[in-house]
Write a protein that binds this ligand. Structure first.
Ligand code: NAP
Ligand code: ZN
Length: 351
């Protein structure tokens, strides 16, 4: 085992501070990675603040990890020292159940090992994420990062990217479809970029009129301010697909009204109770509400390769690790353009 520096919270109401964590020595199947960048996902905040009532402390968040390989085990043939790699929300799964065999490790029937706040099969205790100097990960959960795109701006692809790419592909969003992306934050801005790259007519649905210009620069064809009831009525019954990234429980009825007959709204944001849905809104148009969680490793690599080929990266604001508490507060206030990424050198350089 080796001790490495990290940043984490000791309680739901505590700020994140520097602490030391243990990383295992590599096994034959492992890849050791020196972390260069880590994105700040809203889920990191939910976990630190125990919003989902399952946090284990200390919480060391971070599941949008980019780094360089420093060492590999003897069974590892697809990565070598110096490679630029990524790690997303999962670091292990059973690899045997139907879901794992279908490359859908996120639905592992035994429960995937999440990058942080999951049971650690090797060391006991729980896993620690990417707000740290180094991580050791099973080779099956390490992603190759295209070298032609800006490494720090690829970090958010590991969660925000795959979480939006996967439902757009699963529900077969295609050229000409009218797609609404609800919420312009980390996930939403990637949803706009991917839907636009797939040829859809993209409408950014936002509570923040001030984000309109940015939404268009990101690839939205139109902006719809959800607080404006008149404008919402004008677009009723016109959407082929909605991707809902709102991070908290909310009233979905106004969004359901936007769907065409037989169309689907996919929830990826609110992992908590939602306001009651009026059955008539669904029954009237044979509409569907569905959910989606990240994506499997094979699809995550496909998404990264798609980004390499199409020059897609996230719009980011770089921060040092000692600004993380302020960054959390800004994300909660929807004040980030559009993902914070931590320069992990700032942890190494601190005494
Ligand atoms: P984020 O950067 O905070 O973006 C969320 C956006 O939603 C905000 O910028 C805001 O956009 C809008 N919003 C916020 N509060 C709202 C409210 N009360 N009503 C309507 N809109 C609201 O968060 P994120 O990192 O994109 O993550 C979004 C959610 O997805 C989080 O809950 C996160 O835990 C979850 N998540 C899920 C998965 C998955 O696999 N399913 C993966 C990653 C994250 P506007 O200003 O444009 O309205
Ligand atoms: Zn995330």
């Amino acid at each position: 085992m080796s001790e490495v520096k990290a940043y984490g919270a000791q309680a739901s109401d505590a700020n994140l501070k520097e602490l030391n964590i243990e990383r295992r020595q590599i096994t034959a199947d492992d890849v050791q990675i020196e972390i260069e960048y880590c994105g700040v996902c809203h889920s990191d905040i939910h976990q630190v603040r125990n919003d989902w009532k399952n946090s284990k402390y200390p919480v060391v968040p971070g599941h949008e990890i980019i780094g360089r390989v420093t060492q590999v085990g003897k069974n590892v043939s697809n990565f070598k020292e110096g490679d630029l790699v990524g790690v997303g929300c999962m670091v292990d799964s059973c690899q045997e159940c139907d879901s794992c065999k279908e490359d859908l490790e996120q639905f592992c029937e035994k429960g995937a090992t999440l990058t942080y706040n999951s049971k650690d099969k090797h060391l006991g205790g729980h896993t620690f994420g990417g707000y740290s100097e180094q991580i050791v990960v099973d080779k099956e959960f390490v992603l190759s990062i295209p070298e032609n795109i800006d490494a720090k701006a690829t970090a958010p692809l590991l969660c925000a990217g795959i979480t939006t790419y996967s439902p757009l592909r699963h529900w077969n969003v295609k050229k000409g479809d009218k797609v609404g992306v609800i919420g312009l934050g980390g996930l939403g801005h990637m949803g706009v970029k991917f839907a636009s790259a797939l040829g859809a007519h993209v409408v950014m649905i936002t509570t923040s009129p001030s984000k309109s210009e940015d939404a268009k620069k990101l690839g939205a064809d139109e902006v719809l301010v959800s607080k404006n009831e008149e404008d919402m009525k004008k677009q009723a019954g016109s959407f082929d697909f909605l991707l809902n990234t709102v991070p908290v429980g909310h009233d979905m009825n106004p969004y359901i009204a936007l769907l065409k007959r037989d169309a689907t709204m996919v929830l990826v944001g609110a992992i908590e109770p939602l306001d009651p849905v009026h059955g008539g809104g669904l029954i009237g148009g044979r509409k569907r509400i569905a959910g989606s969680v990240i994506g499997g490793i094979k699809e995550t690599q496909e998404m990264l390769d798609f980004c390499g080929e199409n020059n897609i990266v996230s719009d980011i604001e770089m921060i040092d690790i000692h600004n993380i508490n302020e960054a959390f507060d800004r994300v909660v206030k929807s004040d980030v353009k559009y993902r914070f990424v931590i320069d992990m050198k700032s942890l190494k350089n601190k005494n």
